[in-house]
Design a protein. Structure first.
Length: 121
């Protein structure tokens, strides 16, 4: 897992599912959830986190990502897409880092991407 240094973050992000990447874990939960009550409960909990805004689907690979604290810039642990937590979309345009033709466009023309933005990305 790649980690990002954030001055507001007290600990590096960690995967909670040893031996599997996030996509493998979430795919396994979906399959096991059909017959395994504990897996279904975990899968339902992840869906609830997305519905309440405590987690989101990566706009590129669609795995569920979560931000505990720190700045609004996150990176998907699976596909490495840079994400703006506030807008729930990609940080950059289709050409990747530096492409300001799309993405959240934070700090373009001196404006934040969203009124809730903490202006950290």
């Amino acid at each position: 897992m790649r980690t990002i240094t954030c001055p507001n973050l007290s600990a590096a992000p960690q995967a909670i599912h040893d031996g599997m990447n996030c996509k493998e874990y979430q795919d396994d939960l979906r399959i096991r959830g059909q017959n395994d009550a504990a897996a279904k409960q975990t899968s339902d909990m992840l869906k609830t986190l997305v519905q309440t805004g405590e987690a989101m689907y990566c706009p590129a690979c669609e795995i569920i990502v979560q931000k505990k604290d720190g700045c609004d810039w996150i990176r998907c642990t699976m596909c490495q897409t840079e994400i703006c937590w506030v807008t729930k979309g990609p940080r950059w345009g289709p050409q990747g880092p530096g492409d300001t033709s799309g993405g959240c466009q934070c700090n373009m023309n001196g404006r934040k991407c969203d009124p809730r933005c903490q202006n950290c990305h």
